[in-house]
Design a protein around this ligand. Structure first.
Ligand SMILES: Nc1ncnc2c1ncn2[C@@H]1O[C@H](COP(=O)(O)OP(=O)(O)OP(=O)(O)O)[C@@H](O)[C@H]1O
Ligand SMILES: [Mg+2]
Length: 475
């Protein structure tokens, strides 16, 4: 029986942002990948040619349909695409160029920290400046960039190893896994020094690195120039946590903070300009109705001025229009897209909960589904306990579960209100704030909950799946 933690972990995952979590790599600036106007939605393979009856025929139809809305690749609306122009970031680009540009004439740029909320263009701006500098220096230059997204790294060990292996001159120089941290570090310094070049190391989402493995590695990197004889290193850190430097040792903080730029969130009219540029690139002639861009921008402006969300809304609006076989994207498609996006965020949020919290939410949703009315914490706890036992988990104490109820409330998935039960007794009544018909199946798909999942109607499963062709498995 797997051991159960007695207390919930200190932190629950924040509500995920809208980005496609797998689309973190940044495509070259202005990389307008041609072709493919009819994308095949990812999903389970069709069983044979035209197999699976309706499934095969439907997939064939999708393959043969040329999109009338998109004029080229729909990648243009994806997060990984960096457009040639970044409206309303001219000032930020100028500052980054002023700081990093001197590297072109052989000077060592100051270390730089870039802060700003999610979707404010930090990664895109740095990618664009990098591209412009690289275009001028050519491949054999003594100046090079390395961009690492720290969200994809588990430890500082893997950061040092990645740096070393990126610049290893031959396979024999590569740093294998298994060496001690000191040895990896020494090898990395040797490899970097052998380059006889200046490297601008961009650590995107640097706060994640510090949260996972502390600031020792940043201390090491920020004083590397004292160890390097023939090469030099400059650091650019990007973070959407404005307070992350508070966790740093004072010396590391002052070394990294030689220069600092803060990106402000976009307002609705700035987001409109960004979307119009992108719509021109993505869509055929005049398929976007008046009001579409404005609505996408307004929704995203309310959500912290996040350009990623604005673009996701526009992309999804187009997909909604395609599903309706419409020739134009209308403001109604934006409303549908917004609802879909909110559901997707909720489902994603549920998927990333810690195990006991997932079981608890599942218990709440099942009770609520039956009752369609508020459920009391006592019955929720009983139901949670029964489910946990059926799953072979040691149920957590009521106090821990009560903490989880509060956490689920903080995430906006449920609402809990105190109700009086006579004779001075008080309890909490829980109301559900998520779409049950989406969230229960999403939780049941989870390996943890699969053993207690109720069998579902196959027809329903297929229908739901086609409703969202972006999803890879049954919904
Ligand atoms: N000024 C802009 N013009 C055009 N597109 C933009 C602009 N700003 C951001 N974008 C687009 O919005 C999306 C999010 O931008 P980016 O990834 O640079 O945000 P970020 O600040 O790095 O966010 P996070 O903190 O979540 O990593 C990307 O697809 C990017 O191309
Ligand atoms: Mg970023």
């Amino acid at each position: 029986m797997p051991p159960a933690p007695e207390d919930p972990p200190a932190e629950l995952p924040a509500r995920p942002d809208l980005s496609d979590p797998t689309a973190k790599a940044v495509a070259p600036v202005g990389d307008r990948r041609a072709g493919g106007s009819a994308e095949v939605p990812p999903g389970p393979p069709a069983s044979g040619a035209g197999g699976g009856g309706g499934t095969g025929a439907l997939l064939d139809a999708i393959l043969q349909t040329k999109s009338e809305l998109f004029r080229g690749s729909r990648e243009v609306l994806r997060d990984s695409y960096v457009p040639a122009r970044l409206p309303h970031r001219e000032e930020e680009i100028r500052k980054v160029v002023e700081i990093l540009g001197p590297a072109l004439r052989g000077d060592l740029p100051s270390n730089l920290l870039i802060y700003g909320k999610i979707g404010t263009g930090k990664t895109a701006v740095v990618a664009q400046v990098r591209h412009d500098i690289e275009r001028r220096v050519g491949a054999s230059s003594r100046l090079g960039f390395l961009t690492i997204n720290c969200a994809n790294l588990d430890t500082s060990y893997s950061l040092l190893q990645t740096i070393g292996n990126t610049f290893a001159a031959s396979d024999g120089d590569r740093i294998p896994t298994g060496w001690s941290l000191d040895r990896v570090q020494a090898a990395m310094v040797r490899i970097l020094d052998a380059r006889k070049a200046t490297t601008i190391l961009v650590l995107d989402e640097i706060d994640r690195l510090v949260a996972r493995s502390g600031d020792n590695v940043l201390y090491t990197l920020s004083q590397l120039n004292t160890e390097l004889e023939n090469s030099r290193l400059s650091l650019v850190g990007i973070s959407n946590d404005l307070k992350f430097t508070n966790q740093l040792d004072a010396r590391v903080r002052s070394r990294l903070n030689e220069e600092k730029i803060v990106f402000q969130p976009y307002n609705a009219s700035e987001l409109q300009d960004i979307l119009r540029d992108r719509a021109r690139e993505a869509f055929n002639g005049d398929v976007v109705d008046p009001g579409v861009v404005e609505r996408c921008a307004a929704y995203a402006a309310l959500e912290n001025g996040d350009a990623r969300r604005a673009l996701a809304l526009l992309r999804l609006s187009a997909e909604m229009a395609e599903r309706d076989h419409a020739k134009r994207i209308t403001p109604d498609h934006v409303v549908k897209a917004k609802n879909r996006l909110e559901q997707d965020i909720v489902v994603e949020c549920c998927r990333t909960l810690p195990p006991h919290c997932k079981v608890l939410l599942y218990a709440i949703l099942q009770l609520y589904e039956r009752r369609r009315n508020g459920v009391l914490t006592g019955e929720v706890y009983d139901s949670y306990r029964r489910l946990a036992e059926r799953l072979g988990l040691q149920p957590l104490h009521a106090r821990s579960i009560s903490n989880y109820v509060s956490e689920l409330e903080t995430l906006g998935l449920i609402r809990a209100t105190i109700v009086s039960r006579g004779r001075g007794g008080r309890t909490r009544e829980i109301l559900v704030d998520v779409p049950i018909s989406e969230t229960i199946p999403a939780l049941e798909e989870d390996a943890l909950l699969a053993p207690v999942a109720r069998p579902r109607n196959r027809g329903q499963l297929l229908l739901t799946n086609f409703d969202n062709p972006n999803r890879t498995g049954p919904v």
